[in-house]
Design a protein around this ligand. Structure first.
Ligand SMILES: Nc1ncnc2c1ncn2[C@@H]1O[C@H](COP(=O)(O)OP(=O)(O)OP(=O)(O)O)[C@@H](O)[C@H]1O
Length: 219
């Protein structure tokens, strides 16, 4: 009997590079993330963490390199099915209520079965805020609404840009519990952070991005 082939990683990145105005922002980078695993993308301000996640999400085009999702080249349809992106601007509308925001995002990107919108709001501590317009929520409450959206997403690969920003201690623990449960269920997560202070206790790889020196600055 032939030996079983190893399964492809959920995300595989080869020689991925991105530059702006011919100045390198990151890369070439090679890494992989398996199901059940987190990749912590670390580095100081301006090293390219957000840019990397936006390239992976297909929001920016890389100069060179390849991105594969479960062994398949990351075309827009594969990205839409497999990736959920939580960024600084999580695609929420200021004049819609918390519930309507979730409803419209689930309509666009899908919703995992067996979990209601109100239930997701309660999980992130927003019970009672269903009808509140987004513009009346605090920065941390908006982040929690983004987390409810994430929790409702059926996508296995989470791209989390500074998920702890604006959250209180209980919110930070909520993110870590969500990541743990998502990985236990066979998902994976890329998490950008300035430091290791809030890393969830899960199987984790590290990707340290370094700062490219500005032109004219001595090494
Ligand atoms: N829209 C843009 N136009 C031009 N340059 C940009 C733009 N966005 C980011 N940059 C530059 O690209 C580099 C990487 O930025 P990026 O936001 O990816 O860094 P980061 O590591 O996420 O930083 P931070 O920790 O401060 O959020 C920085 O030098 C930044 O100045």
């Amino acid at each position: 009997m032939p030996a079983a082939l190893p399964a492809s990683p959920l995300l595989a990145v080869r020689a991925l590079a991105f530059s702006r105005d011919e100045l390198p922002v990151f890369g070439p980078l090679d890494f992989a993330v398996d199901a059940g695993e987190a990749l912590l993308v670390q580095g100081g301000n301006g090293v390219g963490k957000t840019t990397l996640l936006r390239v992976l999400a297909g929001l920016l085009r890389a100069d060179s390199g390849a991105v594969e999702i479960a062994g398949i080249p990351a075309q827009p349809r594969a990205r839409a099915r497999h990736m959920a992106y939580l960024g600084h601007l999580p695609g929420l509308k200021a004049d819609l209520s918390a519930l309507h925001n979730l409803d419209s995002l689930c309509g666009l990107h899908g919703q995992r079965p067996g979990l209601g919108l109100e239930q997701a709001l309660a999980i992130v501590g927003l019970a009672g805020f269903e009808d509140a317009p987004l513009r009346t929520l605090s920065a941390g409450q908006k982040k929690r609404l983004g987390l409810a959206r994430l929790w409702l997403s059926p996508a296995p690969l989470w791209l989390l840009d500074e998920p702890y920003a604006n959250l209180d201690l209980e919110g930070i623990q909520l993110v870590n519990r969500m990541v743990e449960a998502h990985l236990r269920a066979g998902g994976a997560a890329l998490i950008t952070t300035h430091g290791a202070y809030a890393a969830p206790p899960v199987r984790t790889r590290l990707l340290e991005l370094g700062k490219p020196l500005p032109a004219g600055v001595p090494a």
